[in-house]
Design a binder for this molecule. Structure first.
Ligand SMILES: Cc1ncc(COP(=O)(O)O)c(C=O)c1O
Length: 403
């Protein structure tokens, strides 16, 4: 795997253990991206007005094959935030005051903010169901989640891989039950494409968002919204532009509404086929397998160092290429929640989370996030194909020295 390091543009002096935040783009993909930008700059009219619709269609087809969805059920968005905002904004036409959105208290801060904003405005209840940590496995998670179901539940919103806690949730099971119950299902799969196998059709949500600029390694600003065919008509565009009441409608109102959002540089979207080709050329299933192995192998020693326990059993299927461990902390201004600390809080002497992150970067040149969630600090490491045991040893030794 170490030879893959040459394929990335990342600074060689930094031990990069935070792929999860914004990914990183390999050279051949970045070159494809720049070729698209050059084509745009050399003949903007031909590129944007003439060629873009067909090029975007090809990129959506490549994405659809990769994530298990029909190309016509996908639209590109710059970020998962934008994708989720399209959906939530349109729920204003569907939900009544007092209706509930069942979710967890481990969701991403930007998503919590979106739900809080629209819930306050419309009188909905955004139910952040408490998930006890550490979990004994998927069953305990499912029981804790469904304990939040009430007669007013209308929507299920669930992250497939959480951010601060880096846990993989069994969304397929959640979606199956939610569908039986007649609930609307929205999945935040920001971390999923290119990270763990994904087949959206098999999961069968109503709406699904994924970021391609994370584990698929696309240039930044490349994400998507999937909408089930029978739910597409409920979505008005977030930005009303040429695609609305289009003068030249395509076969899909969904695509017209959400793809034609005004002048844009589509290069990040158009580079997506190059990402998929890169992964194929480098046998990505094997790279991912090795990354998962490295992630799991290191959990016990980091847990011991931090005097904590893993957030789930190592064989629970709840880990991908990231691991988060609780750090005993005095907290920081970046806290994202208000609930009490997770049950697994480390027992060692408390450290200042923000100061720890700063020291890791400034003194040890290690990029690894220390994230506050629900009043608890978590150290998270991400393993990508260019990472090696040496990188994790460097993190371990730095933490040993600091703590
Ligand atoms: C669970 C989760 N959802 C969504 C996102 C992406 O959100 P944004 O729209 O800020 O890029 C992230 C990014 O880290 C995430 O971890």
């Amino acid at each position: 795997m170490s030879t893959l390091k040459d394929q990335f543009l990342l600074r060689p002096d930094i031990t990069y253990l935070n792929f999860g935040s914004f990914g990183a783009t390999p050279r051949p993909v970045f070159e494809a991206y720049q070729r698209w930008q050059l084509e745009l700059e050399r003949e903007p009219v031909q590129h944007i007005a003439v060629r873009a619709p067909q090029l975007l269609r090809e990129a959506r087809e490549a994405l659809g094959n990769y994530v298990g969805a029909h190309a016509d059920d996908l639209v590109f968005t710059p970020s998962p935030s934008q994708a989720i905002n399209i959906v939530v904004r349109n729920l204003e036409k569907q939900l009544q005051p007092g209706d509930e959105i069942l979710s967890t208290d481990l969701e991403y801060g930007a998503m919590d903010r979106t739900w809080n904003f629209y819930s306050r405005k419309n009188g909905w209840v955004y139910r952040r169901q408490h998930i006890p940590l550490p979990l004994s496995g998927q069953d305990e998670f499912l029981a804790a989640f469904w304990a939040g179901l009430t007669p007013r539940t209308r929507v299920v919103f669930i992250g497939q891989i959480t951010s601060a806690t880096a846990l993989v949730f069994p969304v397929e099971q959640i979606c199956r039950k939610a569908r039986e119950l007649g609930l609307l299902i929205i999945v935040d799969g920001a971390h999923v494409p290119g990270h763990i196998p994904l087949n959206i059709t098999a999961i069968d949500p109503d709406f699904y968002t994924g970021a391609c600029h994370k584990w698929m390694m696309a240039p930044k600003g490349c994400s998507f919204l999937y909408a089930r065919r029978d739910k597409q008509d409920m979505l008005d565009p977030l930005i009303v532009s040429w695609g609305y009441e289009s003068a030249a409608p395509t076969h899909s109102r969904f695509i017209d509404y959400h793809e034609m959002q005004g002048t844009n540089d589509f290069s990040a979207y158009l580079a997506l086929p190059a990402c998929i080709e890169f992964m194929q050329q480098h046998n990505w299933p094997e790279v991912s397998r090795q990354c998962l192995e490295l992630t799991l192998q290191n959990i016990p020693r980091f847990a011991a160092l931090l005097r904590t326990v893993p957030l789930a059993p190592l064989n629970s299927g709840m880990f991908g290429q990231m691991c988060s461990l609780a750090v005993a902390s005095t907290g920081s201004a970046t806290a994202t929640g208000s609930a009490t600390a997770a049950g697994s809080a480390a027992a060692g002497a408390a450290v200042d989370a923000a100061a720890l992150k700063k020291r890791l970067y400034e003194e040890f040149k290690i990029e690894a996030p220390i994230m506050m969630h629900n009043g608890q600090a978590y150290l998270r490491y991400s393993i990508q194909g260019f990472n090696t045991q040496d990188d994790l040893d460097r993190l371990f030794e730095a933490l040993e020295e600091i703590l």
